[in-house]
Design a protein around this ligand. Structure first.
Ligand SMILES: [Zn+2]
Length: 475
C-alpha cells in the first residue's frame, strides 16, 4: 500500500498548515483588530452629525461635549443663552483658566490631563468666540494590548494631517483604519484608531460671529485656521460674509494658545504669529503663510514664493541681522524661493512645500555687477561662510545643502581666513566625502549657485513633520 507515502503527504500537509498559520499570524493582526476596523468602517459609513443642530440649539453640541469629555458644565451654561451677541458676552465671562505653556505638553500620552488643560475660551485675542465642543481623542486599552488612541475626525482634517499630528506614518494610519490610499476626505466625527508617538490635544470647535470688516483670511489668521478650510467647513452658510453670521471654527488648541500670547519672545516684532507648516517639506502645506519682510540684507527674487512659517521667517530675519553684524558684505543677498502662500507643490522644486525651505543665491563679489551668472571664481566665499554661521547661530536650522565641490572652495576660504579646523568640521561635510553624515552643510547635486536652508519645525506646529529632513533630494 501507499502507507509510507500518505504519511509523508500528511506530514507535508501539516507542515504547510503550520507554515501558513505562522505566516498569517505574522502578516495579519489579531481578530480584535479586525473587529475594531469593522466598527470604524460602520462609523465611517454613518452620516456625520448635523451641524445645524447646534446652530438652532446651542445646547446640543455643548452637552455632548461635556458628556464625552467629562468636562464641567461651564460651557453648557455659556451656550444656553441666545446665539447672538448676548451669548458671546456670556462666553467671554467664563474665561478664567490660566494659559498652559505650549512647549509643556507631555510627549507621553496622558490625554486626560491634556483635556483638563485645554486653553480657556477667552484666550482668543481680539475676537469674540465661544468654544462649543472638544474633539475626542483618548487612549484606549483593547484586551490589555498596547494602547490605541481613538481620534474623532474634525471637519476638514485629512488622513495625512491626522497621521502627522500623532507622529505616525500616513500609510500606517490608513492600514489601521482600512482607509484607501486615495481617500483624502473623511467624514467629520469618524473615529480612527492609532498608536500615537505624540499626543497633542485635539481640535476644538468654536462658534464665531462675523464682525464688520472680517474676511475669510482675517478670521483664519486670528484663529490659526487655514482660510480655505474655514470656508469649506462653513460651506453654504455664507459665502459672502455677513455681519452677525455664525461660523464654525475648528481651532488647533496649540496654535490658538500661541496666538493668544499676542507676542512671542522668539519672534521679532512685525512678523505675524500663526503661520504653521503641515507635513514634511516634500509633501506638505502651509497654513496662513507669512511673507519674508523687507530687510536691508536681502532682496526677494520671487515675492509670491517667499512665504514661510512664522518660526522659519522669524529665524531667517534673525540670521540676516546676525549676518550684517558678522560680515562687512553689504550687497543685498538674492533670496530665492521659500514656499507659496499656501505651500504645497512648487514648480521646479521637490521640497519647499511646508514653509521652512529657503534658497539663497551664493553671494557674488561686491565689485561685480550682480546680474552676472554665479561661477565659483565670482563668489565671495567668506561672505557665504559668515552667512552660514549666522544661520547656524539661530539654532533653528536642520540642514543646509551645497554641492560638495563648492564646499571645498568654502573650506579653503575659511582656512585662509584662520577659521579653526574644528569649526570648519562643525559646519562642513567636506573633506569627509559627499556621503558623510557630518556637518551642517551637506552635498546635494545641483546646488552650485545657491544654498538651500531647511529650518526646524516650530514649537507650535503640531503637524509639522521633521523625519524627512535629511532626505538628500533638497530641491
Ligand atoms: Zn531649494
Amino acid at each position: 500500500m501507499s502507507a509510507p507515502g500518505s504519511s509523508f503527504f500528511s506530514w507535508l500537509l501539516m507542515a504547510f498548515v503550520a507554515l501558513f498559520v505562522g505566516f498569517a499570524s505574522i502578516a495579519w493582526p489579531e481578530d480584535w483588530v479586525w473587529q475594531e476596523i469593522e466598527e470604524a468602517m460602520v462609523v465611517m459609513s454613518r452620516k456625520p452629525p448635523k451641524p445645524a443642530k447646534e446652530s438652532k440649539d446651542g445646547k446640543g453640541a455643548a452637552t455632548d461635549a461635556a458628556v464625552d469629555d467629562g468636562e464641567d458644565t461651564d460651557d453648557t451654561t455659556g451656550t444656553d443663552g441666545d446665539q447672538d451677541t448676548e451669548g458671546t458676552d456670556t462666553g467671554e465671562e467664563s474665561l478664567e483658566d490660566e494659559l498652559v505653556p505650549v512647549g509643556e505638553f507631555p510627549a507621553v500620552p496622558d490625554p486626560e490631563s491634556l483635556f483638563d488643560e485645554l486653553p480657556a475660551e477667552g484666550d482668543a485675542p481680539k475676537r469674540k468666540s465661544k468654544p462649543l465642543a472638544v474633539g475626542d481623542a483618548r487612549i484606549k486599552s483593547v484586551d490589555g494590548e498596547a494602547d490605541w488612541l481613538i481620534h474623532k475626525v474634525a471637519p476638514m482634517e485629512t488622513p495625512d494631517q491626522i497621521a502627522h499630528r500623532y507622529g505616525v506614518r500616513p500609510d500606517a494610519l490608513r492600514m489601521w483604519n482600512g482607509i484607501k490610499a486615495d481617500t483624502v476626505k473623511l467624514k467629520p466625527g469618524t473615529r480612527l484608531k492609532l498608536h500615537p508617538r505624540k499626543v497633542p490635544p485635539p481640535r476644538q470647535k468654536h462658534e464665531y460671529w462675523v464682525q464688520p470688516g472680517d474676511t475669510w483670511a482675517s478670521i483664519g489668521n486670528a484663529f490659526g485656521v487655514d482660510s480655505r478650510d474655514l470656508r469649506a467647513a462653513n460651506w453654504g452658510k455664507s459665502q459672502r460674509l455677513q455681519t452677525g453670521t455664525s461660523l464654525e471654527v475648528w481651532v488647533d488648541p496649540i496654535v490658538y494658545m500661541w496666538l493668544a500670547g499676542d507676542t512671542d519672545p522668539h519672534v521679532p516684532m512685525g512678523i505675524r504669529l500663526g503661520a504653521v507648516g503641515i507635513g514634511p517639506p516634500q509633501a506638505g502645506r502651509l497654513v496662513n503663510g507669512v511673507q519674508l519682510p523687507k530687510h536691508e540684507a536681502y532682496a526677494l527674487k520671487l515675492p509670491p514664493t517667499a512665504f514661510g512659517t512664522t518660526h522659519a521667517v522669524a529665524h531667517v530675519v534673525k540670521a540676516m541681522d546676525a549676518f550684517r553684524e558678522r560680515s562687512t558684505y553689504r550687497v543685498p543677498l538674492m533670496m530665492g524661493s521659500m514656499s507659496g502662500k499656501h505651500g504645497g507643490a512648487l514648480s521646479g522644486h521637490k521640497s519647499h512645500q511646508s514653509g521652512r525651505d529657503l534658497d539663497i543665491r551664493l553671494p557674488l563679489l561686491e565689485k561685480l555687477p550682480q546680474t552676472v551668472a554665479v561661477k565659483p571664481g565670482r563668489v565671495d566665499w567668506m561672505a557665504l561662510w559668515r552667512l552660514i554661521e549666522a544661520f547656524d547661530a539661530t539654532g533653528a536650522v536642520v540642514i543646509i545643502f551645497l554641492d560638495y565641490e563648492m564646499q571645498e572652495l568654502l573650506f579653503k576660504a575659511a582656512a585662509e581666513e584662520g577659521v579653526s579646523e574644528e569649526r570648519r568640521g562643525e559646519l562642513l561635510q567636506y573633506p569627509h566625502g559627499n556621503k558623510a553624515n557630518l556637518g551642517l552643510v551637506r552635498h546635494s547635486p545641483g546646488h552650485v549657485a545657491h544654498i538651500h536652508i531647511r529650518m526646524t519645525c516650530g514649537p507650535s506646529e503640531p503637524e509639522c513633520v521633521s523625519e524627512a529632513d535629511f532626505d538628500i533630494d533638497a530641491d
